[in-house]
Design a protein around this ligand. Structure first.
Ligand code: NAP
Length: 466
């Protein structure tokens, strides 16, 4: 038998998850001139691109331009996409071991972290991840309901997702109509009564996880003034010291931007986006009927912890913020996969630089790899996954050299496709996706929008004439 990776015996790689980490992994493999490799990418959704389609804010189209590079890579003959094919449902680990030399899990972080306080499950308390998936037209979230008859909403967390959620809640219909947000979400948000949105951060301006362009951009909201209390914009002694020593220029620029908001006067816009610092929700208070009515929160003070970071410490001062909606935006969390060692504390697959390892012994599991958020946790921007995927591919290539890989009984591409056809006859190929994509873009052109999304698998299959 010729060497794996030769034209006669191509390296067969399965990639589970068609988001940025999956595409950067495929790209890193497919561009190698010294290797004959075929990548088959699986995703439970009919559409590729993961959070670039279902997570990136619809008013941030510029971040979606990475799709052009993914699309180019997907046009190469050695790449195949199998949409609507879910790992653990249509295909399982033994199937993959029978058909591939290497398998890479790039499933991202599909759920949210909880705050661990009473009232999180009340009606009107939502995870930001659910809201984001809903407004982006993720087929599994179209039926979610949000009560926009409320006038005040709280968004907990000082990350970019919290900013996305708060911004979307403050956008006017005219602003939303320039995006590719799901039509049902535009309709619901256009009728929204929400007038005040409060972002609640447990630490101060110097520790906010926002990216600077994102925080600055809030000044451009058509209908919302941004409000920051001047006492909360001032840095405490620990934060001043931390910032002075820090090489993180972004944090310094964030503080300047936040203090600028504190100095500004309201301009009389109809909505208010307030950012509060050094407050931690301690309880979500509900009405008798079980609906969110308010958030009880404690004021924090900053202190320097043993590891040198500035952490929040609760004082004995509490306040109650009346709100009818709460969005918990305290970070995403990975979901475990059948048969794959998982670290429950971190919400990540057990791995060393991308090689999946057995949890206790840390011994690599031959032929199994991971990349992206499910490998390292939900941190960084889209481009961070490029470097991350490259690290995994370096391990894959070392192992290939050392002939440490799976020994599939049926490594032929046709055998894998036959398996998919048996398990999921309605799978979506990349050509199918291109038809759906062109139709979405054409629908958008009619109304001057980037695209009008299909939000159900049935609609997409109809476009394909099935
Ligand atoms: P994130 O950046 O990790 O922010 C999570 C926030 O939640 C932090 O402020 C954290 O505070 C806070 N938090 C955690 N537990 C909390 C608790 N129990 N109570 C109160 N606050 C709590 O996560 P993210 O916003 O979900 O974003 C995920 C990743 O995607 C990030 O890397 C982000 O930059 C990226 N992203 C980028 C963009 C963009 O570039 N435009 C857009 C969206 C997302 P502490 O810091 O005190 O822990």
């Amino acid at each position: 038998m010729s060497k794996v990776g030769s034209p006669e015996n191509p390296l067969r790689v399965a990639i589970i998850g068609a988001g940025p980490a999956g595409f950067y992994t495929a790209s890193s493999l497919l561009k190698r001139k010294d290797l004959c490799v075929q990548t088959d990418m699986f995703d439970g959704l009919p559409s590729p691109f993961g959070l670039v389609r279902t997570g990136v804010a619809p008013d941030h189209q510029k971040y979606k331009s990475v799709i052009r590079a993914y699309d180019k890579r997907a046009q190469t003959p050695d790449y195949r996409f199998y949409g609507c094919v879910e790992f653990g449902r249509h295909i399982e680990l033994p199937d993959l071991k029978e058909h591939y030399h290497q398998v890479v899990f790039t499933t991202g972080a599909q759920t949210d972290r909880s705050m661990g306080i009473p009232g999180e499950d009340l009606a009107g308390s939502h995870s930001a991840t659910d809201f984001v998936a809903w407004y982006n037209g993720h087929p599994d979230f179209v039926d979610y309901q949000f009560d926009f008859s409320q006038t005040r909403a709280a968004v907990v967390g000082l990350g970019n997702v919290a900013l996305d959620v708060a911004r979307i809640l403050c956008r006017t219909k005219a602003e939303l109509l320039r995006t590719d947000m799901a039509d049902y979400a535009i309709e619901a948000l256009a009728k929204s009564n929400v007038k005040e949105v409060y972002i609640l951060g447990r630490r101060g301006p110097a520790q906010a996880a926002f990216s600077t362009p994102e925080i600055r951009e809030l000044s451009e909201l058509a209908a919302a003034d941004v409000e920051v209390r001047s006492d909360e914009a001032q840095l405490d002694a620990c934060s001043r010291e931390e910032l002075a020593k820090s090489k993180n220029k972004e944090r310094k620029k964030n503080v300047v931007a936040i203090q600028k908001f504190a100095d500004a006067q309201p301009t009389g816009k109809s909505r208010k986006l307030a950012i509060r610092f050094l407050v931690s929700p301690t309880k979500i208070i509900g009405s008798e009927s079980g609906r969110v009515e308010a958030v009880e929160m404690v004021r924090n003070e900053a202190f320097q912890s043993e590891d040198g970071s500035v952490r929040p410490r609760a004082t004995d001062r509490f306040e109650t913020l009346p709100v009818g909606l709460v969005f918990r935006s305290v970070g995403y969390r990975g979901v475990s996969l059948p048969g794959i060692p998982f670290n429950e504390n971190w919400g990540t697959i057990e791995n060393e630089k991308g090689r999946i390892v057995e949890g206790a012994s840390r011994q690599p599991l031959s032929g199994l790899y991971t990349a992206g958020w499910i490998k390292r946790g939900p941190t960084g921007v889209i481009g961070t996954n490029k470097k991350d995927a490259r690290e995994t591919v370096v391990c894959m290539m070392e192992d290939l050299q050392a002939e440490r890989m799976l020994t599939p009984a049926k490594p032929q591409r046709e055998a894998a496709e036959e398996l998919v056809k048996q398990r999921q006859p309605q799978f979506i190929s990349y050509d199918d996706w291109s038809v759906i994509d062109a139709e979405e873009v054409a629908r958008g052109q009619e109304s001057g929008r980037p695209r009008v999304k299909f939000t159900s698998v049935a609609e997409m299959l109809t476009v394909l004439g099935r």
